[in-house]
Design a protein around this ligand. Structure first.
Ligand code: NI
Length: 329
């Protein structure tokens, strides 16, 4: 089972970086892992994309096209690549990202999910402006989440580095939609009231990282260079609680992507057992509160009457997301 590697120094973020994060909803740090680990990750992810692992389980897909299309994959991703490569279980990046998440969210922060995104040379597409919380399938919970985004090569404006709208973590979840109003496309884009021209680019060295809150609006440009752009993202959260107010993320409940259908078919063929085992192997059994959330969410998914009612009001009071003065206990 996974346990964070013991390290003496658990303060990944400096006091200044913590202050910037809580002011802007995002912060960049110059290094979160070693060059040797970056080289290892590049090798692993090139292999995982080339061999198509997880495609039949709905875990590897293109975020912007229908998988049955012959069209080139312009924004391929693998969800929870840790399930397909043992080498990813014990990483300096994983340990440091967890410590940073606990500095931001407090000691109850736990790993939520992870993915790797590839922007192929020349055709790698832009990731539309969005808030990560808008991707949550069940809007009936309160979420406090942080994502740690690490490029595996230098990230520049030319190859698709991150752009953030500073301060947008104080917004509610804004309306989103599927690109082209096509519910068979996995990605979502924000159509709420914000000015993308106020976005700020965050170029980074390989092995650096940006950290952003679940409501911070962000975007990554297309890859116009000759080299692939990989980014590995680890997400953390405080185990969600049921929301007192109801809301609906219609853009997610309407989704009918080929990867969702593949995942359902796989689960029906017995994949749910493997899925449960993988969650335990990722350490879910060590986190009773998150375990209860998973059980409760699965139960809600099976009972249509328990789905959320329509409301655009977000239930989460962002004020509870405060800087922590201490280190994780
Ligand atoms: Ni995102």
């Amino acid at each position: 089972m996974l346990r964070p590697r013991e390290r003496e120094n658990t303060a990944v973020l400096t006091p200044d970086e913590l202050r910037i994060f809580h002011r802007d909803g995002c912060v960049a740090i110059p290094r979160i892992t070693s060059p040797a680990e970056i080289a290892l990750l590049l090798e692993i992810f090139a292999r995982l994309f080339a061999t198509g692992v997880g495609r039949r389980q709905g875990a590897q897909y293109d975020m912007l096209s229908h998988e049955e299309d012959a069209a080139p994959r312009t924004l391929p991703t693998i969800i929870n690549p840790i399930d397909y490569a043992r080498e990813l279980r014990d990483l300096e990046f994983r340990s440091n990202a967890l410590h940073a998440a606990r500095q931001l969210l407090g000691p109850r922060a736990v790993p939520s999910f992870e993915h790797v995104i590839l922007k192929p040379p020349h055709i790698g597409a832009a990731t539309p402006w969005h808030q990560d919380e808008a991707y949550r399938v069940d809007a009936g919970f309160t979420y406090s989440q942080v994502s740690v985004w690490m490029p595996l090569q230098e990230a520049t404006v030319e190859n698709g580095c991150m752009h953030y709208l500073p301060g947008s973590h104080r917004f509610d979840v804004l309306p989103h939609k599927s690109p082209g109003n096509d519910s068979k496309v996995h990605a979502i884009e924000c159509v709420g009231d914000f000015d993308p021209m106020q976005g700020v680019s965050f170029p980074l060295p390989a092995g650096g990282a940006t950290l952003h809150h679940g409501r911070t609006l962000h975007y990554a440009g297309p890859n116009r260079t000759d080299s692939p752009r990989f980014a590995y993202i680890l997400a953390f959260e405080i185990p969600p609680l049921r929301a007192s107010k109801q809301r609906s993320f219609s853009w997610m409940t309407e989704k009918r992507t080929p990867s969702i259908l593949l995942k359902r078919q796989w689960r029906r063929r017995g994949g749910f057992v493997i899925e449960g085992w993988r969650k335990m192997r990722r350490g879910l059994w060590l986190r009773p509160r998150q375990f209860m959330f998973e059980i409760y969410r699965a139960f809600r998914a099976l009972t249509p009457s328990s789905k959320c009612t329509d409301s655009t009001e977000a239930p989460q009071n962002i004020n509870h997301f405060r800087p922590r003065d201490g280190q994780p206990k």
